[in-house]
Ligand binder design. Sequence first.
Ligand SMILES: Nc1nc2c(ncn2[C@@H]2O[C@H](COP(=O)(O)OP(=O)(O)OP(=O)(O)O)[C@@H](O)[C@H]2O)c(=O)[nH]1
Ligand SMILES: [Mg+2]
Length: 388
Amino acid sequence: MTMCAAWMRHSFQHVGKTATHWFPGHMAAGLRAMQKNLRRCDCVLEVHDARVPFIGRNPQFKYLAGTPRILLLNKADLAPTPQPEEKEAIMHECLPNGELVYSDVLYISCGKKQADVRQVMPAVLKSIGKDVLDSRQHLRLLIAGMPNVGKSSLVNTLRSVLANKRKCARTGDRPGVTRTVQQDVKIHDDPPVYILDTPGVMIPDLDNQDHAMTLAMLGTLRDELVGEEHVADYLLFSLNQLGIFSYVDRYRLDGPSDNIDVVLAAVAKRIGALLKGGEHDTLRAACAFLDDFRRGRLGPFHLGFNPPHMTHAETFTCASTSVAAASKSHQQQQHQQQQQQLDAGDDGMAAFEAALHTTATSSKPTKKRLQREAIKRHDARRRSRGHA
Ligand SMILES: Nc1nc2c(ncn2[C@@H]2O[C@H](COP(=O)(O)OP(=O)(O)OP(=O)(O)O)[C@@H](O)[C@H]2O)c(=O)[nH]1
Ligand SMILES: [Mg+2]
């Protein structure tokens, strides 16, 4: 049984699948180009956010099977120290034919702290194997991953750390910066190694709304499609469910709250976000709240940490069992928190095209409609709060 504190919501009111559906044309085209390029690549580097090791990985990348694939859990600086069973569980993931999905799993960081990227090359060479290495004059790696997980940052970091060359890939703290498969970039001199940066690809038919909103919180989806205040509300819901109350001190609240209006008012006060007439600018406050979380200012943590045997709801249940007590001593909690710091080839191509076709012919909402709905939701929320 879930034991929620009296002030805490038991469940989150999702806005519906339409808001979290984002699969523009450049992603479908990017996937096709990745599949084509796969034939000339020796290893796939799948980049994912270390804060969500088990959820949000794109099942579409199964079409990149047949080539050694290494999972790089990036932004490890924003996640707690990984637990050994986490890597173990990921390493045991299998394709339907019993083949292991990943030949290795590495935790890296390409932000300000460029930690552990040196372990990438030895892992690549080991995964490719001596026979293939001996037969190649140079190696080519393909990057794959969801949007905004740090793929282009990885290209730049590898290039600077391993080859001492200037960065060349465009990066940005929003999803959809890289829109086409890029040209070969040299990241290592001996042996010569080239890398292909690719556009982030969202899961085209993501049904699980908790997972979709968790990805939205991490900035994998465009905020304006889901609605900044709605994503901020899910962030607050998740923090409370997981017993993480670092926001209380940061925004000088009297105690934990599950009311997004209360929290956004406190954020607005802290950053001086006021509209004409002195009202709080809740939109700016929501963006600041999300930014604080995404940059790790609310602490390092795992979201949706569901080992395979646990659903997201169960993860929340476990966390919320301790929340009643935690709400009384949120500072203690905060202190604790701070302490933990398919077959490639023609068959694959046919299945891949079929999957893309299914996606393209499904009742896909148009971008304009999504935006109109997001704006409507935003306006309705503002009206319900008495904004003009
Ligand atoms: N804290 C931290 N930030 C990172 C790390 N790697 C990348 N970032 C930041 O994450 C944001 C996204 O980085 P990009 O490299 O543009 O991500 P991408 O996966 O190429 O994104 P798309 O091209 O949109 O798919 C940027 O603001 C980076 O500075 C990391 O290891 N730690
Ligand atoms: Mg990019």
